[in-house]
Design a protein around this ligand. Sequence first.
Ligand SMILES: NC(=O)c1ccc[n+]([C@@H]2O[C@H](COP(=O)([O-])OP(=O)(O)OC[C@H]3O[C@@H](n4cnc5c(N)ncnc54)[C@H](OP(=O)(O)O)[C@@H]3O)[C@@H](O)[C@H]2O)c1
Length: 452
Amino acid sequence: MSEPKQLNVGLVGAGVVGGGVVKHLTRNADLITERLGMRIHLKWVCDKDESRLKDLPIPVQHLTGEVQKVLQDPDVHVVVELVGGTGFAKTLILDALNRGKVVVTANKALLAHDGEELFSAAAKNSSNIFYEASVCGGIPIIKSLREGFVANHFPIIYGIVNGTCNYILSRMTADDLHFEEALEEAQSRGYAEANPALDIDGVDSAHKATILASLAHGFWTGFENTYVEGIRQVSRLDIQIARELGYTIKLLAVVKSDGDGNSPAVEVRVHPTLIPHSHVLSSVNGVFNGVVVNGDVVGDTMFYGRGAGADATASAVISDLADAALNLKFGSKQRVPAFVAHRLHARVRTIDDVESRYYLRLTVEDRSGVIAKVSQILGDADISIASVLQREAPEPKAGHTEASSGTVPLIMMLHTAKDRAVREAVAKIDGLSVVKYKTVVIRVENFDATTK
Ligand SMILES: NC(=O)c1ccc[n+]([C@@H]2O[C@H](COP(=O)([O-])OP(=O)(O)OC[C@H]3O[C@@H](n4cnc5c(N)ncnc54)[C@H](OP(=O)(O)O)[C@@H]3O)[C@@H](O)[C@H]2O)c1
């Protein structure tokens, strides 16, 4: 049997990422062909907004506004879904798989919610789904977990996986901006959407954390089991105090496992986190992403790069197309299984049972006896205090409520405690008459098991 000469691709969705894929597949066509020993051919580029197609460097007979032309073409080996969303995109992927076509997607929202169903449809049809671009754009984290680290369990994965949040927090840190000012700047530079909720509420990071956790631990952890807090509540004051204490605040995705043989408990969470200045993740700034993977064989590894944008994301999509091309060349759609389900008895730990260290910022009346009252509540809950810092009241900026007259910030760093115990104690603390605002609670990560 002669080897196929080219991989025929039907790309659906010629927006930001789709446009990037077309551009780079065209521009670096010779290089890619040389490396793979076969060509990646854009048989169809499809978008419902046909105005997106007219300037693409693709002959007009390969452009269409009708997705059925792509799906019904028996010569198309791979359908690339770059539409986004969880409605039409899901129907498109299932339809392509049912026709025996391979799928490449960047759609983290869809995979986080419906990955289990989609991958079982792929298995049923002896096909495959590739999704490198769904997590951290251009960083090859999926392929690394799946192939490069095949010998490893993954006790810990830490990730700064959302460029928008990282840009906002970096700007607040570097130039003492308030959250609203940094968000506005991110929007004016095109780093944040007009409606930024998906990013700043941590949902996009939680999608990515769910995918990483599922791949790393071999079962679908479920988006609903990923604990998520966004960055709306992170104030300039907390960033300043954290800095004095030797920490930077980042939105961190954390995937930890207790490594208990075939039935581990895995925690999957996304929240603002105090990271020591000495840790490499504290210097991942701006729109960049960073991921630290701790494997039981390899030890610590670090990935750094652009997590979004047309070019970086196209690089990841094209690497998936290269895998699909090699599979076709060597006659196996599943040469490397894209997702391996093997942990039948694993479970996800609820946030109540997660253990962490904590930063508390109380806003209290400026008088004696306050610390004793708060310490009593924490002591009764068996939570021990690592250090206490009482700050002078800061100058509040007009329109912001970081402090008011007669109150001072009281900062407490707690030793490791269970999340539920801390939340219950803080609820009691907030009930004290000397406590004037809701206490700010931010988790602290000391990276004990990974490189500092
Ligand atoms: N942008 C990034 O940096 C980035 C990074 C990583 C992953 N991703 C993921 O990549 C995917 C695409 O993102 P994007 O930023 O490229 O989105 P985008 O710019 O909005 O592009 C999506 C394109 O698909 C078109 N489309 C919508 N429904 C369609 C249909 N039924 N048939 C054909 N075309 C249709 C849209 O047309 P209309 O505009 O007319 O709706 C638009 O042109 C998403 O899943 C996203 O999460 C994006």
